[in-house]
Design a protein around this ligand. Sequence first.
Ligand code: RFL
Ligand code: PHB
Length: 390
Amino acid sequence: MRTQVAIVGAGPAGLLLGALLHRAGIDAVIVEQRSAPYVLGRIRAGVLERTTVDLLEEAGVAGRLRREGLPHDGTELAFDDRLHRIDFKALTGQRVTVYGQTEVTQDLMEARAAAGLTTVYEAQQVSVDGFDGRTPVVRFRKDGVEHTLECDFIAGCDGYHGVTRASVPPAAITTYEKVYPFGWLGVLADVPPAREELVYAHHERGFALCSQRSRTRSRYYLQCSLDDKAERWSDDMFWDELRRRLPAEVAQTVVTGPSIEKSIAPLRSFVAEPMRFGRLFLAGDAAHIVPPTGAKGLNLAASDVGYLARGLAEFYLDKSEAGIDAYSARCLRRVWQAERFSWWFTSLMHRFPETGAFGQKMQQAELAYLVGSPAAATALAENYVGLPMA
Ligand code: RFL
Ligand code: PHB
């Protein structure tokens, strides 16, 4: 088997890259270790920046997003039993779109199938080789048969636990990491959202987030301890704890119902530098992780593959290596900005067991500053709606 670009991983990064390359007339094959239903069953992100929506438009997969995505002109911060609105539109002229990662993935999968493009699902023992020379290959087993996919380039879109970053010689890569001393317990339920917009709540019992997927489906999160187990939380326990962490006016409007998904995610900041190794490019969670507090992970995955698709189009169509040579530095500039914002917003909103009374006073002072100063609110808003793609 031969292709121009072998993409490892069919999450949003791999699928969007495949769609953008197809638009540019570049051939790509995607190799994914899981089944398509498994990939669609992972409940993750929910907030899209304008740059992500623009890339989905460019890829020709934004039809349903345009119809069903919910534009949000602001968000609410809750603390001291009160709500404070951050008006993105007034402060930055921009908005975000609420549309689930599951929907993005499904739209990309369907467009790929309709165009007759190859995705190998349930590939086993995936490995990458030869990317330090001119003849990279991706090897895998499928239905008991060994396959070798020859290509010009490999795109490592296989997430944090993938095989591509792990195949880079350790001396060639530098990693930066911060692990937070808590996780997020998430619940998905077919109930209308408590508020029109998302609510980020700082509370002495821990952080809470009211998010949503549609007018009839809500997503809620609670800060929890790292050794907690989702099975320990009955639905009633979850709703009770959520209400305790929200201002009374929000708690009253929370509509409860049976959960359709409940899981715990750890929080981590992580960056691998560089993001290119010869003919291997890392993109999305394979190269970096942000804690979910700023809703940046999926958006960074999208901007990475936006830069990569542009660079590869220049390589094949204009015979220029300038774009692929600039890939890593271009991505990392944006990645570190998103890392800073996500770390800051996480540090501000959560209860940190070890910071003590002084740390809590600092959080309270900063929250008061944020809602009292248009300059501080604008800094939050412009990062939340997303910094421009250079
Ligand atoms: P993914 O989605 O992890 O996809 C990687 C794919 O690669 C496959 N794979 C392999 N395939 C072949 N061979 C191997 N050896 C392989 N190893 C792995 C995997 O099966 C998978 O299909 O990475 P990608 O595409 O880079 O996308 C990144 C996003 O999924 C991630 O950043 C976001 O979900 C993060 N995130 C959020 N991002 C946002 O922008 N906004 C949000 O509101 C938001 N909320 C969240 C989030 C992540 C969360 N969790 C659970 C981590 C909320 C949560 C709770
Ligand atoms: C979500 O809806 O899953 C979500 C929204 C905003 C965040 C994180 C997660 O900051």
